[in-house]
Each structure stands twice: as C-alpha cells, then as structure tokens.
Design a protein around this ligand. Structure first.
Ligand code: HDD
Length: 759
C-alpha cells in the first residue's frame, strides 16, 4: 500500500476510496470523538485537558480552528489544478484551433475557471452588509451555576472559543466604515453544548418595539429606492420621515445622534444584547438578564468632521484598525457584564422590560462582570469566515432563553430565514465557520450542498433499526423552554396590541440626553442639525423638532436655530400623557466621559511630522518613548523614504502628508529643527495637517522650533479662557514626552472645541 501510495498522490483521508487499503475504510459508526457535553467540561482550556483534543490548548488558541483545519488550503509548493484536482499546464492561454484560430468549446479548463468566477458573489446581508470579523475566546471569571446552566459560565477560567463580527447597518458591503450608524456586535460562542449567538449592537436600545415594523425601518433608512442614494448615511428624507412619525424611535435617535454612532475603533465601543433574555439554572429556575460588553480600552469616539474626512482617506478605517491591533498583539478585549433581575422586580419598574426601546439604568440594576472576551486571531480568509458566518438570534443553548420581547420574536424567525437565500440553502450550518465544535446528530437530511455523510438507513425517530438513536437528551441535558407565566395573556386572548408602558416614548430619551456632558449634548444637537439639514422636506424637519421638544426644549431650540426654523413648533402630542415616575433621572454610566477605560496609549496612532533638516535625535527619542508604551508612532514627511536629518540620525518616513492625512492619527508631534520646520512651512499641506488635528481636539506635541508652524497655521495654544490648552504640549524633553503621553490617554481635548470651530 505504501509503495502504491508513494507512486500516486491520493487524499490520505480517503485512502480506502482510492483502493489502496480497504482496512482504511472507517468502521461502521466510526467518527471523531465528540467533546463532552457535561456542562462543566471545557470546550477549550489553557488550564486543563480539552475533551475535544485531549490536550491543553496552547495560549491563545481556539477550538474552532480544528473545524477550519479540515478545509484550510495552503498552496505553497503545489501545482495549479482545476477544481477536480487535474494539474493545469498553462494558465495563460485558452485552447484555440491554431494561434489565430477560434477558441474551442472543448476547453474545460477555461470554462471551469470562467464559470466559477461568474458565480463568485453571494447576496450581501440585507442589513449589516459591511463588517469585519475576528476569532477569540471568552473566559469565565466565576461559576454562575446558581443563575444558569449555560456552558460558558460553569467554571472559573473556563474558556469558550468565539468568532465576532462587527458591522455597520445601512451601507452596502463596500461602504465606508465611519458612517454615522449603529454598529453590529455579533458574538458566536462555540460552546460544548452547541452554538450560542449573542447578536447585539453597540447601542442598548432599538428604533422600534415590534418586529412588524422592521422592514419599514430598513426600507426607510436604506438608500432611497428610486436613485439608490445616499450610501452609508441616515441623513435623508425617508429615514427622517419614518422616525419622525415613530416617536418610539426617539430614544434610539438620541444614541444615534451621539458620538456612540462614530466609534474610534471596534476595540473602543460597548456592545449590548439589547433585549431582555433569561438565564435558567439546572433546577429550571429563571431570572431575567441584559448583556453588556465593555471595552477594556475605554469607550471612545471620533468627532463628526473627522469621521467624514476619514471616510474619504480610508474607508476601511475600522477594518484596518481591528486587523492591525490583532496583528500587533494589542488584542481588543471586552468584559461581559450582566444585569440580573427577577420577574417580580421587573413588574415594579416604571418601564416594560419587553420594550427594546428602553434600557435598565445601571443605577437601578448594577452590571455584574462575569467574564472577558479577547480577540486574538485574524481570519485566514475574509469570504470563507467573515462573509459566510451566519449569526442567528435563535441560536441559544441550555441555560439561556428568550423573553417575550416582540422584537426578539421576529428576530428568532428572520435570521435563519435570511441565510437560506444568502448562503444558498438550509445547510449553511455546515459551512466550517458556522459548524459547532460539538457533533450534530439528527434526522434532518439532504438539501443543497449537504456535507455530512449520515450513515445507515434510518433517518426517522422513533426507530428500532438504529437502536432508537439519536435519542432525545431529556430535560436534564437538553434545551427546555421556561414555562413563563401567562395568566394576563390568557385573559386577553389573541390581540394585535402593545402594553401601556410601551407608549412612554420620551422619558428615557430625556434620561439619555440629561446624562450627557455639555460637550456630548452639543454634539447631539450638531448631529441633528447636520442630518435634518440634508432633509429636503421642511415639514419633516419641523415634525422632528416638535418631537424633540418632548426630550429637551433647549435641544429643540438649538436644532431649530441650526435649521433656520424661527418659531419653535408645538411639542408633538404624547401617546402616554402621564408616564410612570422614572426611578432614575440621571445615569452617569450613559456618558462617554464616565468610560475612559484603562488609561494607556496602546494601539494609538501618532504622527511625528519631520522633513529634511529636522532634528533626528529628539524625533527618534519620541518615537521610542511612544513605541515603548504600545502606541503606533509613524514618521510622516512631505514624501516617504529616508529623511536627511540635520544631525544625520537615520529616519525613514513611512507615511507622507499626502497619503496619511492627519485625521487618520490619534495625535500629532511636530519635530524640532529650524531647517525642517522651514521645509514643512513651505508645504501647503502642513497647515491643514495641524489644523485638522487641532479642530478634532487631539493632542499635539510642539517641539520648540515648531512653534512657528503653529503660528503659521494660526493655531492658538491657549484656550478662549486664556489658560494653556492641556492638549497642546510644548517642549522636547523626556518629561514633555510623558505629558504628551498623558494627553493622549485623555483621548480628546474638548476644552478647545467651539461650534463653529474657532479656526
Ligand atoms: Fe438584525 C443582521 C443586530 C433587529 C433581521 N442584526 C444583524 C446583525 C446584527 C444585528 C449585529 C449582523 C450579524 C452579522 O454580523 O452577520 N438586529 C440586531 C439587533 C436588533 C436587530 C441588535 C435589535 C435589537 N434584525 C432585527 C430585527 C430583524 C432583524 C427586528 C427582523 C425581524 N438582522 C436581521 C436579518 C440580518 C440581521 C435580516 C441580516 C443579515 C443576517 O441577518 O444575517 O435577518
């Protein structure tokens, strides 16, 4: 057999089929061992032996890779073949009848290549088409067995592999990353009791309360159907027409107009499960839960002018940032927190926990940290993994259950349904990125693109011919729905209606607005002004302002002024005139100011502006100081390549004023050296470079000679109050560099901001 095998290449996994050794045919019923389904079993652990692989996982590895290994292809040292594995002799020329003769129909190599190419695209997602993904793992802090039997929460240190996809909602697959939009935050947990998808967003509320309105919402926000504009933007007539007629959207609009809608990075945004879910323990007892992801790097955003400019210079800004952070080892990390409360507590709240337009203020129910998620591996192939991954709100595991949220109900249906057309049939669960790490055993059969080879003649249950297998797991092991209380519903029977508290559309919109810092409030007003100024129908603008009067007259006034509406319209009539008194009037947790995260500069991009004649020594010292703290410093010069520094210190500029505009950086440093300063002053890009940094409230380090550049660009180094701007650090010593680093940890220096900008 070995001689035969050596003589002819064959697939070692299918040796029997190649007639080499019938002994290699699998024994009846043979298959790879499935990982233990015991709730405490580790799916993958760096601490103890994995039931799946029988070994301890190397640090940072991921059990899903096993499933992907089966299909991973590396072509190093291999000949080019057709899809049938036939070696291709010539990949340049089609088969012709003579050099100048007609191409031949017989050319199966050409035809296979072109046919496959013709079918390379699949439909993009209806919403969330633009996205970026990463592998990682979730690690449990402490057992939550009193609350839930869900596999990831059974043991301290238990590690469950995950795949995460972040996305924007409105734009198409190739649209820009920095649109004002909600961000999807979808996490697939490959647990040892099956896949659990927590398909959330970076905002804890939603536009609508009932799935019945989802197609309307999406049709309104998407590019308008007659001319397919605008792309990746909500600033247009149909969106504002719809939401101004749907007061239940107001709370979400406050989030959407806030800086939350323009995150700095996927690594610096929160995530939320949005709906109320249930946790269920082994006794079948259940509590309600809301899920929160909190980024360790802090929750940070862009400013609007910056987001607009980035979308031109680098439409892949967030995708690139995620990729580069992971490649650099600055792994994005998030803490999972839960708000747990009972049904009785929920009954007493001033709002309805089934209403996805409401949050549960953290001051009312604290967020308890339960674990952390680390994203430590980029996908090998965007299409195979990030594009083909199929998240589904219906994918829950024993220990997690749904609430009666009517928006969630529609989602439980929609996600599987949409994959059937997007991924071409009902077997999308077999695509490697979607396959659970546990084995799948059921009597579902066939369909387009089936991969599993189910053996034997039995595909039904009950059966005696297969010994009754696969058999029901029973309540102790299997998924059991919580028998929710239904007395109130029984009294009503079937209705198309909503509970009364759903009609309180403004209390929490007001809570959100009132909890923001003055700078954040100003940004919200400016965002409403920008968006509504793109609306061409005056009546829509006015209707929105009249709705905003129910949130804050000051806000409505500011927006009205920005739109040239002289007299404030009447406030929109309330659906619920006397809503219940809210428990909390201000929630500091809703303000970005309260979420700085760990105060470090890891992953922050810093431009060090140099030119021929700059002082090399101080520029290199700064570069080293920043690099040592995990930042990404880059030398930016009028052109890329070696810089002729005044002191002969070698500097290689890897970015230019032209190819990496300043708004792509988190901070800017202006190097010392008169000749270099003069060279930069003579370049028209320089003033704009500094101006954008200043206007976007980012830290600037000005080495002494470079003060001239600040003057040239007419940039003040003091605030309107006369105080020194803390975001403008002057000097070139090691301690000045430290001040610069701490200015970067502050993220932005809004003290200098004004509307319109001062410079
Ligand atoms: Fe949805 C995709 C999040 C309401 C129907 N949704 C999708 C994705 C995220 C969310 C993150 C992208 C997943 C990925 O990366 O592949 N959706 C939400 C949240 C919602 C929400 C947080 C409200 C709380 N969605 C919602 C409703 C419906 C849908 C009410 C329909 C009734 N969503 C879909 C969908 C998508 C989708 C059409 C498009 C592509 C896909 O599912 O896989 O089925």
């Amino acid at each position: 057999t070995e001689e035969l095998a050596a003589a002819r290449p064959y697939n070692p996994n299918k040796a029997g089929e190649h007639g080499f050794d019938s002994g290699l045919n699998p024994a009846p019923g043979a298959h790879a061992d499935a990982p233990s389904r015991l709730p405490t079993a580790s799916t993958l652990s760096e601490l103890e032996t994995s039931a799946k692989t029988g070994s301890i996982a190397p640090a940072g590895t991921n059990a899903t890779i096993g499933t992907l290994d089966r299909v991973r292809v590396d072509s190093e040292g291999q000949v080019l073949t057709t899809n049938q594995g036939v070696p291709v002799a010539d990949n340049q020329n089609s088969l012709k009848y003579g050099e100048r003769g007609p191409a031949l129909l017989e050319d199966f190599i050409l035809r296979e290549k072109i046919t496959h190419f013709d079918h390379e695209r699949i439909p993009e997602r209806i919403v969330h088409a633009r996205g970026s993904g990463a592998h990682g793992y979730f690690e449990c802090y402490e057992p939550l067995t009193d609350l839930t039997r869900a596999a990831p929460f059974q043991k301290a240190g238990k590690v469950t592999p995950v795949f995460v996809r972040f996305s924007t909602v409105q734009g198409e697959r190739g649209s820009k990353d920095t649109a004002r939009d909600v961000r999807g935050f979808a996490v697939k947990f490959y647990t040892n009791e099956g896949n659990w998808d927590l398909v959330g967003n970076n905002m804890p509320v939603f536009f609508i309360q009932d799935a019945m309105k989802f197609p309307d919402l999406v049709h309104a926000v998407k590019p308008e159907p007659h001319h397919q504009m605008p792309q990746a933007a909500s600033a247009h007539d149909t969106f504002w027409d719809f939401v101004s007629l749907m007061p239940e959207s107001t709370h979400m609009l406050m989030w959407l107009m806030s800086d939350r809608a323009i995150p700095r990075s996927y690594a610096t945004m929160q995530g939320f499960g949005v709906h109320t879910f249930r946790l269920v323990n082994t006794e079948g007892q259940s509590v309600f839960v809301k899920f929160h992801w909190t980024p360790m790097a802090g929750t940070h955003s862009l400013v609007w002018d910056e987001a607009l400019k980035i979308s031109g210079a680098d439409p892949d800004y967030h995708r690139r940032d995620l990729w580069e952070r992971i490649e650099a080892g600055a792994y994005p990390e998030y803490e999972l927190g839960v708000q747990v409360f009972t049904e009785e507590e929920a009954d007493g709240f001033s709002f309805d926990i089934l209403d996805a337009t409401k949050i549960i203020p953290e001051e009312l129910v604290p967020v308890r940290p339960v674990g952390r998620m680390v994203l430590n591996r980029n996908p090998d192939n965007f299409f195979a993994e990030t594009e083909q991954v199929a998240f589904c709100a219906a994918h829950v595991i024993p220990g997690i259950d749904f609430s009666n949220d009517p928006l969630l109900a529609g989602r439980i249906h929609s996600y599987v349904d949409t994959q059937i057309s997007r991924l071409g049939g009902p077997n999308f669960h077999e695509i490697p990125i979607n396959a659970p790490v546990v084995q799948v055993h059921n009597n579902q059969r066939d369909g387009m693109h089936r991969q599993a080879i189910a053996r034997g003649k039995v595909a039904y249950e009950p059966n005696s011919l297969a010994g009754g297998c696969p058999f029901q797991a029973g309540a102790a092991q299997g998924f059991v729905s919580v028998p929710a209380r239904m007395q109130a519903q029984e009294a009503q029977g079937k209705v198309r209606a909503k509970p009364e508290k759903f009609a309180d559309h403004y209390t929490q919109a007001k809570l959100f607005f009132d909890s923001q810092s003055p700078v954040e409030q100003a940004h919200i007003a400016a965002a409403f002004r920008f968006e509504l100024s793109k609306v061409t129908v005056p009546a829509i603008r006015e209707r929105m302002v009249s709705s905003l009067r129910n949130v804050s007259d000051a806000l409505a006034m500011q927006v009205a002024q920005g739109l040239g509406i002289a007299a404030l319209p009447e406030a929109m009539p309330l659906a619920l005139v006397q809503p219940a008194t809210p428990e909390v009037l201000q929630s500091p947790a809703l303000s970005l100011v309260s979420r700085p995260g760990e105060m470090h500069i890891q992953g922050r991009k810093v431009a060090i502006l140099v030119a021929d004649g700059s002082d090399g020594e101080s520029a290199v010292a700064l570069h080293q100081a920043l690099f040592a703290q995990g930042a990404v410093p880059r030398f930016v010069a009028p052109r890329i390549g070696p810089v002729a520094t005044a002191d002969g210190v070698a500097i290689d500029a890897d970015a230019s004023l032209e190819n990496e505009p300043s708004f792509l950086f988190d901070a800017l440093a202006l190097a010392n050296g008169d000749a270099g300063v003069q060279a930069l002053a003579a370049n028209g890009y320089t003033a704009e470079y500094i101006l954008n940094q200043y206007r976007h409230c980012k830290p600037i380090l000005v080495m002494p000679d470079a003060s001239a550049l600040m003057q040239m660009a007419k940039i003040p180094t003091s605030l309107p109050s006369g105080e020194q701007d803390p975001g403008v650090v002057m000097g070139a010593t090691a301690s000045d560099f430290e001040d610069f680093v701490s200015a970067i940890t502050q993220h932005r220096h809004f003290e200098r901001e004004s509307d319109p900008p001062r410079v």
